[in-house]
Design a protein around this ligand. Structure first.
Ligand code: GLV
Ligand code: MG
Length: 326
C-alpha cells in the first residue's frame, strides 16, 4: 500500500441517478416520490434557452416545496461557457442552498472549472451561514475533460462523483454512435473462419476505455464513478446490459433518463443476497482467525487475501446502507 491515504468522499447511495428537467414541475414532483437514490434537477441541456429563467425558479420552488426525504437531490447547473451558470449557482444557493445536497457541473474541462464553482459556493455558504456543505458531481463528457480527468477529480474537497456523459462525449470526440450510450456494430472484430468457413462478428464495447479511465480517476481520489445515459428508453434489456458492464468495471450507479430505468439500475447496482452472505462469511472468518491469533484467514479450505477482505467490507457496508434506506 502507498503511504498516501486516499480519503473517501461523503458516502451516499448512488445506484440510480435520475435526470429531471427543471422546466417540468410535474416530473420533478413525480421524481421526489420515486425510488431513485439521487435525483438531479436539470437546468442545462434538457432546458431550452428561453426557459432557463423559469426553470431556475421552478427548481428553487421544487427544492422548498417537495419532500426529498430519503433521497439525495442535485441541481445540474449550466456550463461555465454560458451566461446562465453564475446565476444558477447564486440563485439556487442563496434561495435554497440549505435544501440541496449536490451541484452537478457539466462538461468539466479543467480543474480550474471546479475551482471557480467552489469559490462561488464557498462564499455563499459562509454569507448565508449554511451548515450543510454542498458536494460536487462532475460530468466527464468532452475530450478535454477526459484528458484532465485526474486533475478534475482532485480539484475540490467537495467532489463526490464523476459521471460519464456519453452523449456529449460522442459529440466532442466525434465518435460514431447509433443510440446514446449503446454499442455500435461497427465496433467489432471478425473471427477467423472455422472448419466450415463460418466467421462470427464479435461486438465490442466502444465505451470501455472512457468508462474505465473515469473509474480509475474517480477511485484514485475516493469518488464514486457513475455511468451516464442510455438513450433508447424502449430497450430495457439493452439498458440493463450496459448497466451491468458498468458495474463490472467499477461504477457504482447509472443515470436513469426515464422513470422506467430507475428500478432496473437499483437492482443491478445492489449486491445480491448471495454476495452479501458470502462477504459476511469472509468477515467472520477473518474475526475468527484474529481471535485465534492466526495470520492466515481461510474459508472453505481456501486462503483469503486482504483484498478480498476489503471487498467484503465494502459490500457489507453497502448492503447495510441499502437496508437502512429501503
Ligand atoms: C450527459 O449529459 C451526456 O451528455 O451524456
Ligand atoms: Mg451532456
Amino acid at each position: 500500500m502507498s503511504h498516501k491515504i486516499v480519503s473517501q468522499c461523503t458516502a451516499r447511495l448512488n445506484r440510480s441517478e435520475q435526470a429531471v428537467p427543471g422546466s417540468n414541475p410535474t416530473f420533478m414532483e413525480k421524481a421526489s416520490k420515486g425510488s431513485a437514490d439521487v435525483v438531479f434537477l436539470d437546468l442545462e441541456d434538457a432546458v431550452a434557452p428561453d426557459e432557463k429563467e423559469q426553470a431556475r425558479k421552478n427548481v428553487i420552488e421544487a427544492l422548498h416545496d417537495l419532500d426529498w426525504t430519503g433521497k439525495t437531490v442535485s441541481v445540474r447547473i449550466n456550463g461555465l461557457d454560458t451566461q446562465y451558470m453564475y446565476r444558477d449557482v447564486v440563485d439556487v444557493m442563496e434561495q435554497a442552498g440549505d435544501k440541496l445536497d449536490l451541484f452537478m457541473i457539466p462538461k468539466a474541462g479543467t480543474a480550474a472549472d471546479i475551482y471557480m464553482v467552489d469559490a462561488l459556493v464557498n462564499q455563499i455558504e459562509i454569507a448565508k451561514g449554511y451548515t450543510k456543505r454542498i458536494g460536487f458531481e462532475m460530468i466527464i463528457e468532452t475530450a478535454l475533460g477526459m484528458q484532465n480527468v485526474h486533475e478534475i477529480a482532485s480539484a475540490s474537497t467537495r467532489n463526490e462523483s464523476l459521471h460519464f456523459g456519453v452523449a456529449d462525449y460522442a459529440a466532442s470526440t466525434q465518435a460514431r454512435t447509433i443510440n446514446i450510450g449503446g454499442p455500435n456494430p461497427d465496433y467489432s472484430v471478425l473471427t477467423h473462419a472455422d472448419e466450415n468457413g463460418k466467421r462470427d462478428l464479435h461486438w465490442g464495447d466502444m465505451w470501455h476505455y472512457a468508462v474505465a479511465r473515469m473509474v480509475v480517476a474517480a477511485r484514485a481520489n475516493g469518488l464514486r464513478a457513475i455511468d451516464g445515459p442510455f438513450g433508447d428508453i424502449s430497450d430495457p434489456d439493452g439498458f440493463a446490459a450496459q448497466a451491468r458492464r458498468s458495474a463490472v468495471l467499477g461504477c457504482e450507479g447509472k443515470w436513469a433518463i426515464h422513470p422506467s430505468q430507475v428500478d432496473i439500475v437499483n437492482q443491478i447496482f445492489s449486491p445480491s443476497e448471495e454476495e452479501v452472505t458470502r462477504a459476511k462469511r469472509v468477515l467472520s472468518a477473518m474475526d475468527e482467525a484474529k481471535r485465534e491469533g492466526r495470520g492466515a484467514v481461510t474459508l472453505d479450505g481456501r486462503l483469503i487475501d486482504l483484498a478480498s477482505i476489503r471487498q467484503a467490507e465494502v459490500l457489507v457496508r453497502k448492503a447495510e446502507v441499502i437496508g437502512s434506506n429501503g
